[in-house]
Ligand binder design. Structure first.
Ligand code: PHE
Length: 477
């Protein structure tokens, strides 16, 4: 059977924006921002989106369109080395990890949509979240969210994903603009805007190593990078349009929607709750629920808000499910229906595990996802730069305009060398932070080397070793 393709360019862009815009923008971003210093975090995050996100997105697009296969097949068809296939399999693992917690949060959102209409959380938002967030309640709604995701994915690329996201994305934008305009009129919204928009430079300097891995992880998360979902989506492209133009459009739209989400969330929290919330994964739920209790027509506003978040979450979760499904379809010739059913079964189990255990949930949704996506992207970038190499430039240039073409070689250097070094740096700092290892300044031959320098040096060494080790297998594309 012929492989599915997108019906139109707009369809591809909407689906990719749909994947990018999601709980990452609306739930994880406020959580990470309030935990990592507000505007200082925003600044680092935007820098990473621009300098790492866009070139990284292009690398995933190049791998996908060049191979027309989902990640596992892409790596084996573009290189004759089995070593690289590890990254293909890693992407399936990452997608499984992602959806295992994502559909639990998706379930919370669906529940809050209903609970806003009925006013169920209005008497005590904090207690409400505590009773519904984990346990059997959470499992039920997680399954509902998973079922909706499965029903879209089983219909395939054009009829399922493209049609669904083309409706969902414009709806998300319109509703968010309305909510942001309204939130800015609230008394006290200014304090929220200040927290969100004016960076504390001292904090930035003092805690850059703490902020960086979280900001980088969040930037990758929000652009759906490092898990191979963008490789998968680009593999359904059959037209030779400019990948650079599409990538830029997707990154800009995602960033605007993310910033817009902040313009809804922070003014609302500061105006009605008084601060950025309690932190943790419940920040959005408890904080905003408190806000909806306090505003006029709170039920309606709450329902609209959670409807937006539900749409955004579903358009992302379908990309997470599409990846493993396409793996079975491409590599083993399994029917889409069976592959979807099988993975929905897998997620029923793995999602239920996170729905039962707050500790596991926190670890998976925060640290584990950050580290895995960073590692995944490092692999994709090195592969693009060192194995696909010149063919990557050719693929990138297909359909590209003059400006994008002029940037093709610098782009290859960036994805082959500079960005991997940076990502290895964040990965090393992230692992050190996760293990609770704090490395104080080291004295070497009478010179004091500070922690950031030490990590930077280590990153260069690891990068050089991986170039030498991974460069060998020739590209067969
Ligand atoms: N980008 C999505 C969001 O912001 C999450 C996601 C990550 C989707 C990785 C697919 C792959 O919610």
């Amino acid at each position: 059977m012929a492989r599915d393709v997108w019906h139109s360019r707009l369809g591809f862009i909407m689906a990719a924006v749909g994947s990018a815009v999601g709980l990452g923008n609306l739930w994880r971003f406020p959580w990470m921002t309030s935990e990592n210093g507000g505007a200082a975090f925003l600044l680092v995050y935007l820098g990473v989106v621009l300098c790492v996100g866009v070139p990284g997105l292009l690398a995933e697009f190049v791998i996908g369109r060049r191979s027309r296969r989902s990640p596992v097949g892409a790596f084996s068809s573009l290189s004759d080395s089995t070593l690289w296939r590890v990254f293909g399999h890693l992407s399936v693992v990452i997608a499984v990890v992602l959806l295992s917690f994502y559909s639990v949060v998706g379930g919370w959102i669906l529940r809050y949509f209903g609970a806003s209409l009925t006013g169920a959380y209005f008497s005590n938002p904090g207690q409400y979240f505590a009773t519904v967030s984990y346990g059997l309640d959470a499992v039920g709604f997680h399954l509902l969210f998973l079922a909706i995701t499965g029903l879209i994915v089983v219909r395939g690329i054009k009829r399922g994903i493209e049609n669904a996201t083309k409706l969902m994305m414009p709806a998300v934008v319109v509703l968010l603009v309305v909510l942001a305009a309204w939130a800015s009129t609230l008394d006290g919204a200014g304090a929220g805007l200040a927290f969100y928009l004016s960076p504390d430079v001292e904090l930035l300097e003092a805690d850059l190593l703490g902020i960086l891995p979280a900001a980088a992880g969040q930037a990758l998360f929000t652009l759906s990078l490092g898990s191979g979902t963008m490789i998968t989506y680009a593999s359904y492209l059959d037209e030779e349009r400019s990948l650079a133009a599409d990538g830029a459009a997707i990154a800009v739209l995602n960033t605007c929607i993310g910033v817009l989400a902040g313009l809804v969330v922070f003014p609302l929290l500061f105006a009605l709750v008084g601060d950025a919330g309690t932190g943790g994964p419940g920040a959005l739920f408890v904080g905003l629920a408190n806000a909806f209790v306090a505003v006029p027509y709170g039920r309606a506003v709450g329902a609209v808000f959670f409807a937006v978040v539900s749409l955004a979450a579903i358009s992302s979760s379908i990309s997470m499910l599409e990846l493993p499904v396409s793996f079975l379809v491409d590599e083993y010739g399994v029917s889409r229906r069976r592959a979807t059913a099988l993975f929905v079964g897998v997620f029923t189990v793995t999602g239920s595990a996170t729905a039962f255990s707050p500790g596991l949930f926190d670890f998976v949704a925060g640290t584990l996802v950050d580290l895995l996506m960073t590692a995944g992207l490092i692999g994709f970038l090195l592969f693009t730069g060192w194995v696909v190499g010149q063919n990557a430039v050719t693929e990138y240039e297909l359909g590209a305009g003059a400006v994008a073409s002029a940037l093709s070689t610098p782009w290859l250097y960036a994805v082959g060398v500079v960005i991997p070094v940076f990502l290895i740096f964040t990965l090393v700092s992230g692992i050190a932070a996760a293990l609770g290892v704090s490395i104080t300044a080291v004295e070497l031959w009478g010179v004091t080397i500070s922690q950031p320098r030490l990590f930077a040096g280590l990153s260069v060494v690891i990068a050089v070793v991986s170039f030498l080790g991974l460069r060998r297998p020739a590209s067969v594309a």
